[in-house]
Design a protein. Structure first.
Length: 362
């Protein structure tokens, strides 16, 4: 045991309503096996912007607000009731907080891995529960993953988004092991980039087996390790079929991307859906049935995925690929007004590169 404190006061930047963020002090209890983490660097996700801009359904906003945003970030431990984690350690924050296991909520076929990721009893930071935009975040020790000295902060902050890709790809890792498997990624944004980078660096796919479809030439240029095509100029029907497609577009382009993916897949192929949209998306079920396709939905990850990703992140070449998605400068955050300005800027510009926040809580 390393601390006698049983609670901490946290400066919490809560989204009260779309566009309105207020600072409040929240006392947070520290129980046995938990740690208090001071967030040092955070990253803004499109999910954060959907809440901030009021683009979620009204019933979802009413249910989840007020709350502090952000679920991508790292920090340092400032209080610990853990036997294994020490004050001062750098850690990646795992936003998917396991709840009490409830075997009645899912099929008897559900395994622990499924429950860890998708149980309704879980809490997810920045989605109905206060996220990383606060000065003291209390977590179970399993949700604070130590960062190796070989991984700089600016790479470690990308871990959460990378683990989402890692977990999604784990659904088809058996197929990815075949040396002739061919994979396509739809989406030239951050999710598509990090997913394609993982396919290249972790699974060893090169330009002969990995193709990325996008809509903006400047974005596609970043995918130098993959074969690339502008989706609006590509003849899907005449193209060679692929074994796996990962759809990373989301939003208003989901419908076209999902159906183009179905057209591109070979019989018996797999389609992983990662893009998020608020609208229902009609899909070509006839070809899904006739081709015998398998569809997977995946948008979250859990602690075991982080250990695998952080191990891979020690590779210098992988780090260099990831750096392409980082901005030249991080955005300093000292108070709630700084945070609101950062959210306003991210909502207005929506740059291809991630928006990284550098917190100073003193």
């Amino acid at each position: 045991m390393q601390t006698t404190k049983t609670s901490v006061d946290s400066r919490t930047f809560r989204l009260v309503s779309p566009g309105l963020v207020e600072e409040m002090t929240v006392k947070r209890s520290i129980r046995k096996g938990e740690v208090a983490v001071e967030p040092t660097i955070g990253s803004i996700c499109h999910a954060d912007l959907r809440y901030y801009m009021g683009l979620r359904r009204p019933e979802a906003l009413a249910k989840k607000l007020p709350m502090a945003l952000l679920h991508e970030g790292i920090g340092r431990i400032v209080e610990s009731s853990s036997d294994s984690l020490k004050v001062g350690q750098r850690v990646v924050i795992v936003p998917n907080i396991p709840g009490k296991e409830n075997t009645e909520e899912c099929s008897s076929l559900c395994d622990k891995e499924f429950i860890d990721n998708y149980s309704e009893k879980n809490h997810f930071l920045g989605s109905g529960y206060d996220g990383i935009a606060q000065s003291r975040l209390v977590l179970p020790e399993a949700c604070a993953i130590p960062i190796s000295d070989q991984i700089p902060d600016e790479i470690a902050v990308l871990a959460e988004l990378c683990t989402v890709s890692y977990h999604a790809l784990s659904r088809v890792k058996g197929k990815l092991a075949f040396p002739k498997v061919k994979v396509a990624v739809f989406g030239d944004g951050p999710v598509g980039y990090l997913t394609a980078a993982m396919l290249h660096h972790i699974y060893g796919l090169d330009q002969t087996r990995l193709k990325v479809f996008g809509a903006i030439p400047e974005k596609l240029e970043q995918f130098s390790f993959a074969d690339r095509a502008l989706v609006q100029e590509f003849d899907i029907f005449e193209a060679e079929k692929v074994d796996i497609v990962i759809e990373c577009t989301g939003g208003r382009f989901s419908e076209s991307a999902v159906n183009q993916a179905i057209d591109l897949l070979a019989r018996g192929g797999s389609l992983i859906l990662m893009g998020v949209t608020e609208e229902r998306v009609p899909i070509n079920t006839r070809d899904v049935l006739e081709k015998g396709l398998t569809l997977y939905g995946s948008s979250r990850s859990s602690a075991p995925d982080y250990h695998a990703v952080l191990s891979a992140m020690q590779n210098i070449e992988y780090q260099e690929t990831l750096r392409a998605i980082l901005p030249e400068k991080f955005t300093p955050i000292e108070n709630v007004n700084d945070f609101k300005e950062a959210m306003d800027s991210a909502a207005e510009h929506k740059s291809w590169q991630k928006v990284i926040l550098d917190f100073n809580w003193s």
